[in-house]
Design a protein around this ligand. Structure first.
Ligand code: SF4
Length: 42
């Protein structure tokens, strides 16, 4: 997946983590340290 086609608007993200649950290629993770959703390499 090309990450440039998917972005997270951090001002609007409510950290519900639904995107992590439904991502078909498991490219998202929640970082407790940053307190935000981030892209991961897989
Ligand atoms: S955690 Fe994911 S699905 Fe939930 S608001 Fe943030 S970007 Fe959207």
């Amino acid at each position: 997946m090309n990450n440039k086609k998917f972005t997270i608007d951090k001002r609007k993200c409510i950290k519900c983590k639904k995107c992590i649950e439904v991502c078909p290629v498991a490219s998202l993770s929640f970082s407790p340290e940053k307190n935000e959703v981030e892209f991961i390499k897989n």
